[in-house]
Design a protein around this ligand. Structure first.
Ligand SMILES: C[S@@+](CC[C@H](N)C(=O)[O-])C[C@H]1O[C@@H](n2cnc3c(N)ncnc32)[C@H](O)[C@@H]1O
Length: 221
């Protein structure tokens, strides 16, 4: 992503929804923000998915995680423009999540169009690699979920294996999200792929057989 003009100034204007000392909230996110449930999106990009999902699930706090500040600032500006009260953003890498959220503190995780890292030796960087799943497992509550969608068939196959080997219960697997009839909130990347007729792959992974702890699971949470 190209360098954004006035980036630091724009980030400062969004500071109200970008807590600086995220680790200071460890174990206290729910009481600090006044929500019973928290979902996070890792690699939220410019924020279309998380802001639209937050709008229709006002009783859940959504936390957008993004390590690219140029994208993150656009996501935060979108949330401020739309006056969304149940979303905050963290400028951090997914590998730090265990220092930010306590065990079982999170209800659900969204991974949308994660970078594929196609070379074998890059596999550990994939956000569905077992090393990341171990972090998610720790911060997810007993009924927690990981929802993943991508346009990349290779990454999808890798992720199905990785999630299932890790012990997540996989449901609603689809190789054609548009034809599946599942609820869907489209991301920025996704809209580009849909425009050129590409299939979108999606899977839901659950920690327990019981399912999830939020009422409207699918893409609309
Ligand atoms: C291909 S983009 C998809 C953006 C958005 N989810 C969408 O669908 O439009 C992947 C995003 O994930 C972010 N990302 C990749 N690895 C990450 C990590 N380890 N921690 C935080 N963000 C990450 C990238 O900076 C990038 O913005």
């Amino acid at each position: 992503m190209r360098k954004k003009p006035n980036l630091q100034k724009r980030l400062a204007l969004c500071s109200g929804i970008m807590p600086g000392d995220a680790a200071g909230f460890l174990g206290k996110w729910k009481e600090s923000f006044g929500f019973d449930k928290i979902c996070i999106e890792i690699g939220c990009g410019k924020g279309r998915f998380i802001t639209e999902t937050a709008k229709i699930n006002k009783d859940i706090l959504f936390v957008g995680i993004e390590r690219e500040q140029g994208a993150l600032v656009m996501a935060a500006e979108k949330a401020l423009r739309d006056e969304i009260k149940n979303v905050v953003f963290l400028d951090t890498d997914a590998k730090n999540l265990g220092d930010i959220f306590d065990e079982g503190e999170i209800d659900g995780i969204y991974l949308n169009f994660s970078d594929p890292w196609p070379r074998k030796k890059q596999a550990k960087r994939r956000l569905t690699h077992g090393d990341f799943l171990a972090i998610y497992d720790k911060i997810l509550c007993e009924d927690g979920f990981v929802f993943f969608k991508t346009d990349n068939r290779g990454l999808f196959e890798f992720s199905l294996n990785s999630m299932s080997e890790y012990g997540l219960k996989l449901r609603n697997i689809t190789f054609d999200l548009a034809a599946s009839g599942l609820d869907n909130i489209v991301t920025e990347y996704e809209s580009r792929f849909m425009d050129i007729g590409m299939n979108i792959y999606r899977v839901e992974g659950y920690k327990s057989q019981r399912g999830i702890s939020v009422e409207k699971p699918a893409q609309a949470v």
